[in-house]
Design a protein around this ligand. Structure first.
Ligand SMILES: [Zn+2]
Length: 265
């Protein structure tokens, strides 16, 4: 029999099981009495083949099987302390309620900004206003990868002053800036994310949802305060292009006919 065949015929035990067997064969380790957390985590407890509890060495529940584990492994594997022998309990630090993964509209596969689930977004408070498409927020209990205070560049929009330095468009940039200030500054908002986490300036890229459930990025475009910014792809690129067309046809804000005529010559 070739070596490869032998390996196939007698597959290696899963390493975790192998480790447990080694521990069991090496004989019971004296129970640690130290209260120190690291010592406690290393101390040995016992589980059975089928039970969901862990036990002290002398517990009657271990008559059928007895597998030695460290406290850390037993707790990490989901075993709970036995009610009868009352083994020691590791106190695991509580996980922050906001430590969950960031809500990404691309992973959620959303077809429209209106389908987003506000309950899964990161909560924040708008503490400063930069311009129409950029604000600063404070995030309580920021999830991994985010800071307590972040500058947010809204995804998929560009308010006029940053891309179109022509004077007549700068005017609408100021309008957009004021619109965002009035809508968001001092308010609680919810943040959703997409493919790219940050831009080249380190600003956080996000969709900002107001307490009314509206996506501010989309509202800016729909109301004629911003262009759809499609240089980088994002989940709602088609929807945002459509909103811009709608705003142009309706002559809203930036696209207002009267205003354009006044400034044509
Ligand atoms: Zn027990």
């Amino acid at each position: 029999m070739k070596k490869e065949d032998a390996v196939q015929k007698f597959p290696a035990l899963p390493s975790a099981l192998f480790l447990i067997l080694c521990l069991a064969l090496s004989g019971p380790v004296a129970a640690q009495t130290s209260k120190a957390a690291e010592t406690l985590a290393d101390s040995t407890v016992y589980v059975t083949n089928t039970g969901k509890k862990y036990h002290r060495e002398d517990c009657g529940s271990l008559s059928r099987s007895k597998i030695a584990l460290s406290m850390a492994d037993a707790t990490g594997s989901g075993y709970e302390p036995c009610n009868v022998c009352k083994p020691p309990v590791l106190v695991v630090p509580a996980v922050s309620s906001q430590a969950a993964a960031l809500y990404q509209v691309n992973i959620a596969g959303l077809g429209s900004v209106s389908q987003a689930d506000l309950s899964r977004m990161t909560r924040a408070e708008v503490v400063d206003h930069v311009d129409g498409d950029t604000v600063r927020v404070r995030i309580r209990n920021p999830p991994p990868g985010l800071a307590a205070v972040e500058t947010i560049r809204m995804i998929g929009v560009d308010t006029p002053e940053t891309v179109h330095p022509r004077r007549e468009v700068e005017f609408f940039g100021r309008e957009a800036s004021e619109f965002t200030r009035q809508k968001l500054l001092g308010n609680s908002v919810s943040l959703a994310f997409d493919w790219d986490r940050r831009d080249r300036y380190g600003r956080l890229l996000a969709y900002i949802y107001g307490s009314d459930g509206d996506c501010h990025n989309a509202v800016l475009i729909r109301e004629g305060y911003a262009h759809a910014y499609t240089a980088y792809s994002f989940q709602f690129v088609d929807e945002f292009r459509g909103l811009e067309q709608e705003a142009r046809r309706a002559g809203r804000g930036l696209w207002g006919r009267l205003w354009l005529e006044d400034n044509q010559y």
